[in-house]
Design a protein around this ligand. Structure first.
Ligand code: ZN
Length: 242
């Protein structure tokens, strides 16, 4: 029975280790997708700035075509000045020409402002591009690291599962059944070591009579509180794992 106990303790340690590695492996997809989201976000900042520049350039082209239209109109009015017959017509044309010139001046100012805004936007785009490239570089490395450790941890799980498989024949099936039932019920932890007369999992004090029975390792003793299989850690075993 002592050997069975030692095997069950090993089984619990293996299962704990498998659980730990599985948690890491399960977390990988969400780690990767949050990295991808971060990369996308930095690229979107560049995209947004580029869109703004495009809008700015479109606006500038509109202003320029406004100016051209106004200039054409003014040229037409100026040529009409020679053909008008009345003073009223003449003054009205002069007013149109004057108003048109004011509009042209205002549009030309708009064009200069748009050009200055474009310079600023180009700076922003350049900065955002550099930042996005740096972010992508850093995060791609992080992703590579995760994928590499994924490979090692998958190999680790395979190794642990193999060890588990080799361990099982050494444990009688009724003990395995008790272990499995408890593990299913108690979040994977079927065994609890006794430390200083307490169950290490639920901190229940163990009665002296039970302590002796646990030490004897002649039968399975369950914690009266949490229901786990109780055992003492072997001194030499503790040394080995340290
Ligand atoms: Zn307990």
């Amino acid at each position: 029975m002592e050997t069975v106990f030692n095997y069950m303790i090993q089984l619990q340690k293996l299962d704990n280790h498998i659980h730990e590695v599985s948690l890491f492996l399960d977390s990988i997809p969400s780690q990767i997708s949050s990295i991808d989201a971060e990369i996308k976000e930095s690229e979107q900042i560049v995209e947004k700035a580029k869109n703004k520049l495009e809008q700015n350039q479109q606006k500038r082209r509109d202003f320029e075509s406004d100016v051209q239209d106004l200039k054409d109109k003014l040229a037409k009015y100026k040529s009409q000045l020679n053909t008008v017959r009345t003073n009223i017509e003449y003054r009205s044309l002069l007013k149109e020409i004057n108003d048109g010139q004011v509009m042209i001046d205002s549009r030309e100012e708009d064009i200069i402002n748009a050009m200055m805004a474009a310079d600023k936007l180009e700076e922003i785009i350049q900065e955002a591009c550099q930042k996005a490239a740096k972010t992508k570089d850093m995060l791609s490395k992080k992703k590579d690291d995760i994928n590499r450790s994924k490979d090692t941890q998958e190999q680790e799980v395979a190794k642990l599962l193999q060890q588990r498989k080799e361990l099982l024949p050494g444990i009688p099936s009724d003990s395995i059944n008790i272990y499995s039932k408890l593990a299913n019920k108690l979040e994977g932890i079927a065994l609890s070591p006794v430390t200083d007369e307490f169950c290490a999992m639920c901190y229940m004090r163990i009665r002296p009579q039970m302590l002796n029975e646990i030490k004897a390792k002649s039968k399975i003793i369950l914690c009266e509180n949490c229901g786990r299989i109780l055992y003492f850690e072997e001194e030499d075993e503790a040394d080995q794992s340290a």
